[in-house]
Design a protein around this ligand. Structure first.
Ligand code: NAD
Length: 431
């Protein structure tokens, strides 16, 4: 494997392999992404100039079904990052027993400086470039950091234009009017909330005596802060890319969300306002937020936020990884030694891909579900799989992360073994 992030991600695989008996063939296949595509996307800018953006799409492993994963628009997007995120998606889909493999995509840019029309041309150009690499039975993109339903709608529309047939199941996280599922916007946070509630009751923690800090106030972070606030938890700190607000008394999350929404001056499709201007608070940095003495810490922004550089300053008792890969593997070991419970991304944030799966099912059947039905099915899946992973962690005396990988590896191993090594060819194509 190449690249530091992917190498780091693979440490988790190595850890879990000690506890699972799967074939050497299966292990060898899981070490490498199945297919990685890098594309250049020419975009006509509003001022008439032409700018070329770099985009990526990676299908990591499709032994359990078509691959599934978000598309990220961010300056740090690289092939290494996209491959790592696709690796995590493979395990996440297996943890939740979804009939999908793992994928991810991204474009390297700061999307906040583009106009809405430029973003639309870029998003459609990305789909033009990767159209043969995706499809409802091949690979299904979804939203991730700095992409949203509007962008997913453009992507689905562009794919439908290319294929000359309306193909809603090619992308999930679409606007409801274009075949999106009710509950997809809140699914990641809702899924994480169900995991947190299930674990807090197992650990005998009551909401009113539990303090929480949330890093990241976007789709995932803002919703989970709100759900926790409404359930009676004391959310003492939240942050966005500009910085954090903190008050030991507990923040009024609905008013912060309201402020961020009402004061936003939209540039393209993004909110320019920051959480830092809204309430009576102490301003702290994102680094300080991570080091607060709270019961629950929820990283919900980007990867590699807790590393060997700051892990010794972490004081939270429980960490729920709503972001993908917020803790490096080196830091993971130290957190375990310190007795801090870490609930892993491949379980905690899997609500998003689970409702994406529901959306894909609804698109393909043409029959749409109520919000209650979506949330009830989501709760059932999240609580059930959390209980099973908790059981494995107790039985093997391993962390929840290792238990989740063990659980996923068992399912992936079965699928890979069932397919065999594919060492024969038909008409030159590998089936
Ligand atoms: P988003 O774009 O809606 O929000 C990202 C948030 O992070 C914003 O509030 C931004 O200001 C903040 N942020 C950016 N850089 C930061 C920094 N350096 N420090 C602190 N905050 C920073 O993205 P999202 O969809 O909420 O995704 C957040 C995380 O959750 C990502 O790791 C993503 O992969 C993961 N995730 C999202 C989904 C989903 O359905 N949206 C599903 C699974 C996992």
């Amino acid at each position: 494997m190449t690249g530091s992030l992917l190498t780091d991600a693979s440490q988790r695989l190595e850890q879990a392999l000690k506890y699972v008996s799967i074939s050497e063939d299966a292990i060898e296949q899981l070490k490498f992404p199945k297919a990685s595509l890098a594309v250049s996307i020419p975009v006509r800018m509003d001022d008439g100039s032409l700018k070329v953006f770099q985009g990526y799409r990676v299908r990591y492993n499709d032994s359990r079904g078509p691959t599934k994963g978000g598309v990220r628009y961010h300056p740090n997007v690289s092939m290494d990052e996209v491959q790592s995120l696709a690796f995590w998606m493979t395990f996440k889909c297996a943890v939740l027993n979804l009939p999908f493999g793992g994928a991810k995509g991204g474009i390297t840019l700061n999307p906040k400086v583009l106009s809405k029309a430029e973003l639309e041309r870029l998003s459609r150009g990305y789909v033009d470039a990767i159209a043969d690499f995706i499809g409802p039975d091949i690979d299904i993109p979804a939203p991730d950091v700095y992409t949203n339903p509007m962008i997913m709608g453009w992507m689905m529309d562009q794919y439908s234009i290319i294929k000359r047939q309306i193909t809603p199941a090619v992308v999930t996280g679409k606007p409801i009017s274009m075949g999106g599922s009710l509950g997809r916007d809140t699914a990641t946070a809702m899924g994480a909330f169900f995991v947190l509630e299930a674990m807090m009751s197992k650990l005998d923690k009551l909401p009113q005596e539990t303090t929480v800090a949330v890093q990241g106030f976007g789709n995932a972070g803002a919703f989970i802060a709100d759900l926790l606030f409404k359930a009676g938890y004391k959310v003492v700190a939240v942050s966005d890319s500009q910085g954090a607000v903190y008050t030991p008394k507990g923040l009024d999350i609905p008013s912060i969300r309201q402020y961020k929404l009402s004061s936003q001056s939209i540039k393209a499709v993004y909110c320019e306002e920051t959480v830092c201007n809204s309430v009576d608070h102490q301003s702290i940095t994102n680094e300080e937020l991570l080091e607060l003495d709270v019961d629950v810490l929820i990283p919900a922004a980007l990867e590699n936020q807790i590393t060997e550089a700051n892990v010794n300053n972490i004081k939270a008792k429980f960490i729920f990884e709503v972001a993908n890969g917020p803790i490096s593997s080196g830091a993971d070991k130290i957190l375990e030694e310190k007795g801090i419970y870490v609930f892993p991304d491949i379980l905690v944030n899997a609500g998003g891909v689970t409702v994406s799966y529901f959306e894909w099912v609804q698109n393909r059947s043409g029959f749409y579900w109520s919000l209650e039905e979506v949330n009830q099915r989501l709760r059932q899946k999240m609580v059930e799989e959390t209980g099973k992973i908790w059981g494995i962690s107790q039985e093997l005396c391993v962390s929840m992360r290792t238990a989740a990988y063990v659980y996923a590896l068992t399912r992936l191993g079965e699928a890979l073994n069932a397919k065999g090594t594919r060492d024969y060819y038909t008409n030159g194509a590998i089936y």
